[in-house]
Design a protein around this ligand. Structure first.
Ligand code: ZN
Ligand code: ZN
Ligand code: ZN
Length: 258
């Protein structure tokens, strides 16, 4: 039996059956939802038992599919298509070690401009002067000056639980954010005093504010080009066991330099 849950514990599940290989999805919906990319494993719907669902909410992300997330911490947990007998469960939500492997990358043509699905990041493209950020449902939207610049991927346990795979973000000046909508905005306080911003209406990951005020925006939240480049992998000592890093980008076991 495999088990897992969200970061805060308000959603817990067990799987009484086979868990498929992880499909890493690069579509724009999954990127916005998870904050970078989203990885899910198919399980039969009848094998998935919710052992705690206090935080679980569903957002209908298309005419035929819904996304389940934790409204308390913002973790992106489940994707299910109507009328199909299976649910895709976030790889990052499984308790480690997961024993999972990555089976395939899907919707790779929709990948963000700051990384490549398999291999080194592409050379920097156009540098937009303004970055429009928006959650999946539209209840949170803001703009900030671009380009994104260096993007850091974080493999820590918190980022894996929340994003469903691993996270990627870039530093920003919070005072430069121009808010257009924050009706759905929620924050989850981490044990170390940080705040993780997400949309309580759809579960999209949006930003992180560290205890010292350092602010970073999830790269997946940006609509269109970021003008950024994946420049570091951090906390790789903590990384998930279902993927390998083969993009040539420098890796740090912990928080990296500075
Ligand atoms: Zn939670
Ligand atoms: Zn939303
Ligand atoms: Zn992290």
């Amino acid at each position: 039996m495999a088990a897992g849950g969200c970061l805060c514990g308000a959603v817990r599940f067990a799987v009484y059956g086979p868990v498929g290989a992880v499909a890493v999805c690069h579509c724009s919906q999954c990127r916005r939802w998870g904050g970078h990319v989203w990885g899910g494993s198919l399980v039969a719907a009848e094998d998935l038992r919710l052992t705690r669902d206090a935080g679980l909410r569903w957002y209908r992300s298309s005419a035929t599919a819904a996304r389940g997330f934790c409204a308390d911490c913002g973790a992106s947990l489940f994707w299910k298509a109507e009328g199909e007998g299976h649910v895709s469960v976030a790889a990052g939500a499984f308790d480690p070690p997961t024993g999972l492997t990555t089976g395939k990358h899907i919707f790779t043509a929709d990948a963000g401009d700051y990384y490549a699905p398999d291999g080194p990041p592409p050379p920097p493209g156009p540098a937009p002067e303004r970055l429009d950020c928006r959650c999946l449902c539209g209840a949170v939207a803001f703009a900030l000056p671009g380009p994104a610049g260096p993007v850091t991927a974080c493999h820590c346990g918190q980022c894996r639980r929340l994003s469903g795979h691993y996270a990627a973000s870039f530093d920003a000046d919070e005072s430069a954010l121009a808010w257009q909508n924050r009706d759905g905005l929620a924050e989850y306080g981490t044990p170390a005093g940080g705040r993780r911003g997400f949309c309580a209406g759809c579960g999209s990951s949006l930003y992180f504010r560290a205890a010292d005020g350092a602010f970073s925006v999830e790269a997946g939240a940006v609509r269109g080009p970021t003008g950024g480049t994946l420049s570091a992998h951090i906390f790789v000592a903590d990384k998930g066991d279902w993927y390998t890093l083969n993009d040539g980008v420098p890796q740090a076991a912990g928080a990296g330099d500075g």
